[in-house]
Design a binder for this molecule. Structure first.
Ligand code: CAA
Length: 296
């Protein structure tokens, strides 16, 4: 497996392209807008600079890795030689079904089709292809170059051989893969999102403030970020859509999203990406400042 195509050049897609290129694979990064691809290449170079400055990557390795990344806005031609496609488009089921339907037509029959979805059913995605045995979940964590986990999700028809290949490939990327079955939220988000939702409900009910809730989890449980900061980092719209998948998929009210989360998403307060969530973010500043609505 040598030729990798990555669909979607956002936060996850550019991180996935980064780790494949750094591990010696030829990568084609695909998006519908050239501007998004240009920004992704800048982000990858900047993130590699962090590794260079820490001595984890040489200037030469960085230059070689960047050379291995090509970009394209034309899905059909960009995936025709791919051995593996990793889809990291927006978390929207209709969009993903359209992409996988196209991929089934445009890729060679041996190509493995992976999705980085955080909660959408792999079995459902596979159902629009004629190669359910070769469709699999490859769920990276953000920031991709730093986080060690790849959650490998086995759809109902995914073959053992394909699971084994993706497991070995993840190890070659320096990651630690874990195999899980295809049920709502898989494992990562089935456990993470109820915790985040409970933190938001605690804030909504006035049990404690933003900083207090995050401090309890950072200092009390040794989490690198508190749940509210992590929700901002993931994106509140993404958190809401995952909670809706859990709520619908299990039909259990314990997964119902907190009304405060719903209001924040509806009002466009999406966390880091919109500049405002539980905290307020300003470019160039690393200071964590509680958003005005939540100041006491
Ligand atoms: N690319 C490359 N390197 C990066 C990076 C990136 N995008 N982001 C951070 N780094 C590196 C830094 O250079 C630094 O390197 P050293 O350890 O060698 O010094 C290291 O990562 C730590 O970064 P910082 O010093 O800037 O900041 P930090 O210590 O506060 O750590 C963090 C930042 C790694 C993000 C840390 O806060 C953390 O682990 N947070 C939790 C992240 C998490 O839980 N992610 C999973 C989210 S859930 C998900 O992704 C799945 C889903 O489906 C929703």
């Amino acid at each position: 497996m040598q030729q990798i195509a990555v669909i979607g050049s956002g936060q996850m897609g550019n991180g996935i392209a980064h780790v494949f290129a750094q591990s010696g694979y030829q990568v084609k990064l695909i998006d519908i807008q050239q501007g998004a691809l240009d920004r992704a290449l800048e982000t990858i170079a900047r993130n590699m600079d962090r590794q260079v400055s820490k001595g984890n990557l040489s200037e030469q390795e960085k230059a070689d890795a960047l050379k291995r990344i090509g970009v394209s806005t034309d899905l059909k031609t960009a995936v025709q030689d791919a051995d593996l496609v990793v889809e990291a488009a927006t978390e929207n089921i209709d969009l993903k079904l359209k992409i996988f339907n196209d991929l089934d037509a445009f890729t060679k029959p041996s190509c493995i089709l992976a999705s980085n979805t955080s909660s959408i059913s792999i079995t459902k995605i596979a159902s629009v292809t004629k190669r359910g045995d070769k469709v699999i979940g490859m769920h990276f964590m953000n920031p991709v170059p730093v986080m060690k986990l790849v959650e490998v999700i086995r759809g109902y028809n995914t073959s053992q051989a394909v699971c084994d290949q993706i497991f070995e490939l993840s190890k070659k990327l320096g990651k630690s893969p874990v195999e899980v079955n295809d049920y709502p939220g898989f494992i990562a988000n089935r456990i993470l999102m109820p915790m985040i939702n409970e933190a938001i409900c605690s804030l909504y009910e006035g049990v404690a403030g933003v900083e207090e809730i995050d401090t309890v989890m950072k200092l009390g449980m040794a989490h690198p970020m508190g749940p509210l900061q992590l929700a901002d980092f993931i994106g509140l719209d993404t958190c809401l859509s995952i909670l809706r998948v859990l709520h619908e998929g299990f039909g259990n009210p314990k997964y119902a999203p907190c009304p405060l989360l719903v209001n924040m998403v509806v009002s466009g307060n999406l966390g880091v990406k919109s500049g405002q969530g539980f905290y307020a973010y300003s470019k160039g500043s690393k200071d964590l400042v509680v958003a005005e609505n939540f100041r006491r």
